[in-house]
Each structure stands twice: as C-alpha cells, then as structure tokens.
Ligand binder design. Sequence first.
Ligand SMILES: [Zn+2]
Length: 148
Amino acid sequence: MFVADSMLGKLARYLRIMGYDTAYQSSYPDKRLSELVMEGRILLTRNQKTVRLYSDFIFIDCDLVKDQLKVVDSTLKLTRNQRDWFTRCLTCNSALSKVDTEVARENVPDFVFFKYPERILLCPTCKRFYWPGTHRERMVERLKDWGF
Ligand SMILES: [Zn+2]
C-alpha cells in the first residue's frame, strides 16, 4: 500500500497500527525506494529532492505525526474501523496471524494468556507476539483524539 521515506518512521508506525501495509526503512540503499514505488506502493515523502524524481506521491510537510496522518487521511480516507487496527507487525510490517493456544500459552505472560486467550497474535516473520493491553489502549486513545 505505502512506502514511507526514511524521515517518516513515526508515520509509518501509525499506519501499521491502523493495519496498512507500509514499507519503511531508516535508510534506503540505492534504488530500493524506487523499487518499492514500482511495486505499486504510494510514496509518502517529506523530502523535496525525492519529490522531483516521482510523478505520484503524497508530500508530507509537517513534523507531528498527528498532522502527518491528517495529510494522508485528506488524500486517501484512512480506516476508522478498529477491526483493521493491530493486524500488522509494528516492527517488520508483516500481517499477524493467529496462534495455537499451546504456543500462545508458552510465549506470553500468564496474565495475558488468561485474559485474552483468543486475541494473541504472532508475527510470522520476526516471531513477536502481540496482544491487547494498556500500551495498545493508549495508542487507540491517541488515534481517537486525532479524529480516527
Ligand atoms: Zn514482525
């Protein structure tokens, strides 16, 4: 869906939180960014030089992630459906998958397992486990405050 340039790490993270497939690297080797654009991803950039190389992009000209999300949202309406949120690994961008009860039990803290046995997800690529909790609630609150 998206590729964010190296200056837009926070924005990429929030787009992943909302469930969007968002490629992001803190630095891109030569040509990697253009390869990702060629794959059909929408380029998000705040770099004037990058803009000159592409015909299609969303230019982000603000610093706060809240405002950056609004720029993307005003171009392409972003989802308000919380069922889409937290379906993607925030670190590597892979889609999360459900895990076996036994695997979940062995890999997350006991209180998490007993509280959310059905809601534990695994990143198939980097093997991180994800589950609901206060950290996630804070991110949801923040997104709601921002109008999502
Ligand atoms: Zn991952």
